[in-house]
Design a protein around this ligand. Structure first.
Ligand code: FDA
Length: 491
């Protein structure tokens, strides 16, 4: 096999990977990025919407896997949405050039400063709140919906109802910024441009409107001429060589998942940005198969960011209702974080099923009091996760408190339509931790016990951040890259 040499190699093209690529390319470095998913922009294949799932709907599955929508048959294709199933939790992730930014709802939430300080006691909050978070807002093109548009638009009835009901129950609501371009959205409402948010597009990709990473960080990095991205290239394992360089075994596939080429890459500097679960899998699997050295902190301090899904049904559909037409882009949240007994933040989530299902959906984000741990199961040749009901007891109590209070004030029942027992403790969109900053790595993401290996993705955050995480992942990556470059790590 030919060996392909690359001085700096990045695995994965999500938030951490995209920030690393841009800052290295701007510093004049040649960078090679390997991404197991498809480059959708280059492929010319459109994303499918939720009501007509097609090629982009799932990663090599013969049925859709989106929550509540897993009833459609599919031809296996390297789609954008993947799900990893563990005993007590299912974890959804994005695949493709842009990683999670392709599938996510675009909610761009800055963590509460008090909680950020608690989670990252060693970081300088002033630097983050005055520099890194504003920088990330600008680069990711974060914006806020116009209040008048929100008030008038029939596609946001679910938000207006959700907010009014929350107020009636005594909860505080907040406006949630997003990377979806709300100017574009206003135009799509007036039918001046093709529809995306108003055409049930999200979670399998957005054809318009959403500023995913391929339109922001990655686009800028490519414009420098220093970045090359190879899509449909999955890294299988990593070896450490005697001269402290790395050798990667990589499978190139076609869009049906068939391996078309086995390749070997050598690199001097390696950045793992494969997402929390992807990075942990690479480290733990390589350790199991070829003795790849890993620090004892790898896999520890993992959490689901307190994700807990729940919902409410109205007894009589006509007495409530969130609207048959729904935008896919959430813009409202309920902030109960400062309640000592029941601290949580929840998104007022859309449920764009094409009809009024008289159901309100909420993705709660709670504190993670008890962390989980990720390890490697050599018999199953896969990750195993120490995560069970004990880890989610308090989250469940919060969800129960929230739903009961909402129902008492507004009517309605716990949603048995969406979940077996009204609760979705097993739904996780925000896996975090396992390679925690300052524990498994040095203060800037360089892995302990290694000289040329870095981690830049959600695994740096110790299992919880109190809000949707991509703004924090991006800001931490900016902070690490700035310092790593200043320290001449990539000279
Ligand atoms: P990310 O997961 O983005 O990227 C990793 C990339 O590495 C992927 O493209 C993957 O294919 C690739 N990769 C993995 N293993 C590989 C290998 N072995 N070889 C090559 N490539 C490999 N967050 C938020 O803040 N607001 C929101 O609204 C939402 N909404 C939301 C909805 C849904 C449905 C999901 C699934 C997730 C969200 N999120 C979210 C979460 C957010 O998308 C997530 O936290 C980030 O994408 C994580 O960024 P990372 O940089 O860690 O990796």
């Amino acid at each position: 096999k030919d060996i392909i040499e690359a001085p700096i190699l990045i695995i994965g093209s999500g938030y951490g990977g995209a920030v690393s690529a841009l800052r290295l390319c701007e510093a004049g470095k040649k960078v090679l990025m390997l991404e197991m998913g498809l480059n959708w922009g280059e492929s010319g294949i459109p994303f499918s919407n939720m009501l007509k799932p097609g090629k982009s709907a799932a990663w090599l599955k013969n049925k859709t896997i989106a929550p509540f929508m897993n009833i459609f048959s599919l031809e296996p294709f390297t789609g954008t949405l993947d799900r990893m199933d563990f005993d007590n939790i299912n974890i959804w992730v994005g695949r493709g050039v842009g990683g999670g930014s392709l599938v996510n709802g675009g909610m761009a939430v800055t963590p509460k400063e008090s909680y950020f300080k608690e989670v990252f006691p060693d970081l300088d909050p002033e630097k983050f709140y005055n520099h890194y978070f504003p920088l990330v807002h600008k680069e990711l093109k974060v914006n806020v919906i116009g209040e008048q548009f929100l008030k008038d638009c029939p596609y946001y009835k679910f938000t207006r109802v959700g907010e009014a009901e929350a107020h009636k129950a005594g909860f505080k609501t907040v406006r949630v910024p997003n990377v979806y371009d709300f100017q574009y959205m206003e135009k799509e409402y007036r039918n001046e441009v093709p529809r995306s948010a108003f055409n049930t597009e999200v979670i399998y990709g957005n054809n318009h409107g959403k500023n995913s990473l391929d339109k922001t960080y990655l686009k800028k990095a490519l414009e420098t001429g220093n970045l090359e991205i190879l899509d449909l290239h999955c890294v299988e394992n990593i070896k450490l060589n005697d001269d402290k360089t790395y050798t990667l075994e990589v499978q190139q596939t076609d869009t049906s998942g068939t391996v078309i080429s086995d390749k070997v890459f050598n690199c001097k500097k390696l950045i793992l940005a494969a997402g929390t679960m992807g990075t942990l899998k690479l480290l733990l699997h390589s350790n199991a198969v070829n003795g790849f050295p890993i620090h004892e902190q790898i896999g520890k301090n993992w959490g689901n960011n307190g994700n807990f899904m729940t919902g409410r049904n109205w007894v009589k559909p006509l007495s409530g209702g969130t609207g048959a037409k729904q935008s896919t882009i959430p813009v409202g949240g309920i902030d109960n974080w400062d309640d000592k007994e029941h601290p949580f933040f929840t998104e007022i989530a859309p449920l764009p099923m094409g009809m009024d299902v008289a159901t309100a959906l909420y993705l709660l984000i709670n504190r993670v009091d008890k962390k989980g741990e990720v390890s490697y199961d050599s018999t199953k040749k896969n990750l195993s996760l120490d995560w069970n009901q004990n880890h989610t007891t308090k989250m469940r109590e919060n969800a129960d408190y929230f739903i009961k209070k909402m129902n008492r004030a507004n009517g309605g029942t716990r949603s048995h339509f969406l979940f077996n027992n009204g609760f979705g403790a097993d739904v996780c969109y925000h896996p975090l931790g396992g390679c925690v900053l300052g524990k498994a790595t040095n203060e800037y993401g360089k892995l302990k016990d290694h000289e040329n290996l870095y981690v830049l993705d959600g695994s740096l955050i110790p299992g919880t951040i109190g809000v949707n995480p991509f703004v924090t992942i991006t800001a931490i990556s900016e902070y690490c890259m700035e310092n790593l470059i200043t320290q001449n790590e990539f000279a």
